[in-house]
Write a protein that binds this ligand. Sequence first.
Ligand SMILES: [Zn+2]
Length: 350
Amino acid sequence: MISAMIPAQLADTTQGVDTGLYRLRDWVWCLAIPYGNGVPTSNAYLLRGNDGGVHVIDPGSDSPRNRGLMIDALETLGVTPTGVRSVSSTHLHHDHLGLAAWLCELSGVPLALHPADLDDLRSGSADSRYSELTDDLAEKWGAPGWAKERLRPTRLRRSTTRLPHELTSLGDGSRIVVDGHSVTVIATPGHTSGSVCFLIEDEQIVLTGDHLLPHINAPIGRDGTGGATAVADYLASLAALADFDEWEVGPGHGYCFGPLGPRRLTARDHVLDRAHEVRRELDADPAATTWEVASNLTWGPGWENLTGAVMQSALAQTALYQRFVTHGSHTLTASPFRTTIRNIDRNGSQ
Ligand SMILES: [Zn+2]
């Protein structure tokens, strides 16, 4: 079982972070690589084919230390970067693909991403999640004038991710050809519009990126464009994993776990609870602004403590939920969540 992972020789807790290379299966490895911003590590996955070639999924964020950890991990698997046959990512965030430019150039392979995330990366919209134009934001979200200063980010989190020269598309149903094994891509939009999971069929493991994490509920619509249907997409993408409820999960952060099913349902319930909360606010005042709705929701640090980019993120998420409960939920009619959603629509309760 994955849940009993044994660290290999790279385990390193000297900086208070459980980095290290873990062998999940004979040919499947997880490299927990340092990150930051409140999330200690990102997980890179290394798959070694029968021909000795290594395929890297989610290489992690870039730093001199992380480059060294990747080289060491590859060495443990018996290759140098020239032995890397493919590099793919579950989605466009730099904690998952920051190392890709360096690794792809050393190994001479392109970075493979879903076309929707490729578009967002190329257009730069992935960098425009947070804004200093607080007048515009206040107008968009109906925030009062005094709140503009609270919305101002202390520093703009512009991504400095350097992209590989060569990019390639990884659509739903694409396969990664790992010699002797089968790995298939399944599109799971929601966290970003181009988020995907990787199905390691021989081993019944799903690599989920940020779509499904063991201890954090994935933020939704984090691709810059903040797709209008992101909440409905996310729920449908959870439903799309129902066939793999008995499988194990290799997430983008945190520990590997299994089976998938119970966590899939708690992630769904978290979204439905939030939708219910927003629905309740809109029932009470159908003309409520995003600011007014958000100020009545429950927030981990407390609404009054949110500022800057964190507050912008909270308001953007609230706006997505507003769209979902007012006209997005009908897009779920074909999903297993139909009954629950319909109950929310009718009664404002589950
Ligand atoms: Zn992410």
